[in-house]
Each structure stands twice: as C-alpha cells, then as structure tokens.
Ligand binder design. Structure first.
Ligand code: ISE
Length: 342
C-alpha cells in the first residue's frame, strides 16, 4: 500500500472502454478515499480520453508495468472477459486487491486457475463486479425473501432487455456477457445453487443482428426447488430494462419497473425508461465501488468472491451448451474449498 502523504487508495483501472471510463469517472468524482493513479490501456486514443477524466493518472499499456512502477495499491479490471486472466494473475502475485468486472473469466478452467492463484496468495483479494447485488431494489427483494414475510419463494420471472448490442456481440455472449448476471443474482437472491440450465428459442426478432438467434428464454432449476425463467433479449429497441417478479406462497413482488417523473400530456401518459446499464445500475455501481474501496483499504473484499465467479463460470458453460441442446443441461460444481467456505 502507498506510503506517500495520502492515505487514499491508488487505483489502477485496466481497460478504458465503456465500463472502464465509467469507473474512472466514478473513482474521480464520486468515490471517497480512492483515486485513479493509473490507466492501463493499449489503445492510445481510449487511454487519452480516459485520462481527461483523471488528469493525474499515469498511462501504461500493460498491467505489469504499472505494478513494477509501484503506481497502484489496488486494481479495477474492466477489459473484455477474455483478457481477465492475464491481468488477474500478476495482480494476485503482487498481492493487491482487485475489483474484476464480470465475468471472472470466460470458462471454468481459467476461473479455476484464478481461484487457485488466489488461494496461493493467502487471502481473498478478488471481488467480482456483479453489481446487481448492490442495487437497492435487489437488496430489498433479497431481504423480503430472507424474512419469509410473504412465505416461501416459489418462482422468479426475469426480463433482461437491451435495446441493441455492438457488432462484436456473438451468440454465446447472450449467456457469457448477459445472462451471466442472472446466474449470480438469482443464486444470491434465493440462497440456493443452480442445478440445471435450459434454453428455449422464441420467434426470432427480424431486427436482431443477422448472426444472432434471439430472444431466448433461459430456464434454471435451483437446488431448493425454486424455478427461474429469464427472457434474454438484446434487440428490444425501446430501451434498457432489467426487471424481476418473485412469486411467493402468499404474495408477489416486483423490482425494476420504470420509475421517476410521470407525465400526462396530450392524452398520453409518459414514464422514461433507461437506455443503458450505465444509468440503470448507476447507484449499484457507486455503492459497489465505494464498498470495495473501503474494504480494500482494510485488506478485505465486500461482495461476490472469486468462488462466486467460478460458480457462475460453470453455469455459463452449461448455458452455452444449452444454446445447442434440447432440454436441461446439468450444472455440476465441485465442493467449495475451505478457503471460500463462509
Ligand atoms: C453488458 O456487458 C452488461 O454487463 C449489461 O449489464 C448487460 O445488460 C448487457 O447485456 C451486457 O452486454
């Protein structure tokens, strides 16, 4: 940790795309007790744009160089998932705390290597960026489920709708990049593990990119008997919407409905919807990063662990297989290592 005259956490942000730049702005303008000391980004134009948001930050092209220069006390990884492992391993070796955007890595094998490296480092250093766990509405729903006030939870119906996706978004990304959030959050909400994943195809949206077959319906069985369905839709056009309905023995609860200013005008009723996850989950990201930075300064993590990331990687592998399989694909997890047992 820094011995300079500031006790602030010096954070290196790796990857300066949409999420990386958003985190640079957040760490600079919103988060207390931390600042961006380094931006690691091989694309010079992106690096320069992010540096405008944090002028004091040094620019590096490789995380190893930022570590060697002793420029950071902690790291936020916001590169595409395929680049997480090569950044995580040297950061773990340096013994620094890290907030790693989802997914932990792209497959169970590489996620396993990461949890092994973390165990070798001797303490939990990785928090995975499943930000929905920090969203106040998701937290209220989890408290309701845990309280038993509406009886036992029986089913969860989810919708995960994006207006559109970039050209590079591929069919497996429906699972690895999008449904990945549900794999984490439904287990967390229901306090249970996913035992199978099934994918059903809806009538194809002619407005979807030519290489995508969607929307899809993803069915998950949990080991406590709860059944989950999620509509995953990345060409819904009208806006960004993530919502859940929870069905209990004695009631129904909903989160994620459009909120804010209601306007009646010219015989129309209007309520604005989000256009992107950056605004829909802004509050969640703010809380997530503040809690992470506070915990990092105490030598701890404050959210989903690398083991949670590994479990989701296993569910994603089943989900990707389910894209081409009729019927449910089992999700089989090894025993939780002692290191991660709560
Ligand atoms: C994106 O990467 C996210 O993480 C968003 O939360 C999700 O809604 C979107 O589908 C993903 O592409």
């Amino acid at each position: 940790m820094s011995t300079s005259n500031t006790t602030e956490l010096r954070v290196g942000v790796v990857g300066a795309g949409i999420m990386g730049a958003d985190h640079v702005a957040r760490l600079t303008g919103t988060i207390a007790g931390a600042h961006v000391s380094a931006i690691v980004e091989p694309d010079a134009a992106r690096a320069a744009a992010a540096a405008q948001l944090a002028p004091a930050a040094k620019i590096f092209t490789r995380v190893q160089d930022a570590l060697a220069a002793d420029a950071v006390d902690a790291v936020v990884i916001a590169t595409p998932g395929g680049f997480h492992e090569p950044v995580l391993l040297p950061v773990l070796e340096a013994g620094l705390p890290v907030l790693c955007e989802k997914p932990l890595t792209q497959d169970p094998e590489s996620s396993w290597r990461v949890v092994e490296a973390e165990q070798k480092a001797g303490r939990k250093l990785i928090q995975v960026g499943f930000m929905r766990r920090f969203d106040p509405q998701y937290r209220q729903l989890r408290d309701l489920i845990a309280s038993g006030r509406a009886g036992e939870l029986l089913m969860l119906h989810g919708v995960h709708r994006n207006p559109s996706v970039p050209d590079g978004y591929t069919q497996p990304m429906l699972i690895n990049d999008s449904v990945v959030h549900e794999f984490d959050v439904v287990s967390w909400l229901a306090g249970a593990s996913i035992t199978s994943v099934e994918v059903k195809y809806a009538k194809r949206n002619a407005l979807s990119p030519a290489h995508l077959r969607e929307p899809i319906l993803v069915l998950m069985e949990l080991d406590n008997g709860v059944l989950v369905d999620v509509e995953m839709n990345v060409s819904i056009q009208f806006g960004y919407q993530v919502a859940t309905e929870a069905v209990f023995q004695r009631g129904v609860a909903r989160i994620g409905q459009p909120e804010g200013l209601q306007l009646w005008q010219d015989t129309h009723f209007r309520l604005n919807e989000h256009t992107s996850y950056v605004t829909r989950f802004k509050q969640a990201y703010d809380i997530e990063v503040q809690d992470w930075a506070d915990a990092a300064r105490r030598g701890a993590i404050a959210g989903p662990s690398a083991w949670d990331g590994f479990k989701v990687a296993v569910a994603c592998a089943a989900g990707v297989k389910a894209l081409d399989t009729a019927g449910p694909v089992p999700v089989e997890l090894p025993e939780t290592p002692e290191f991660y047992a709560v």
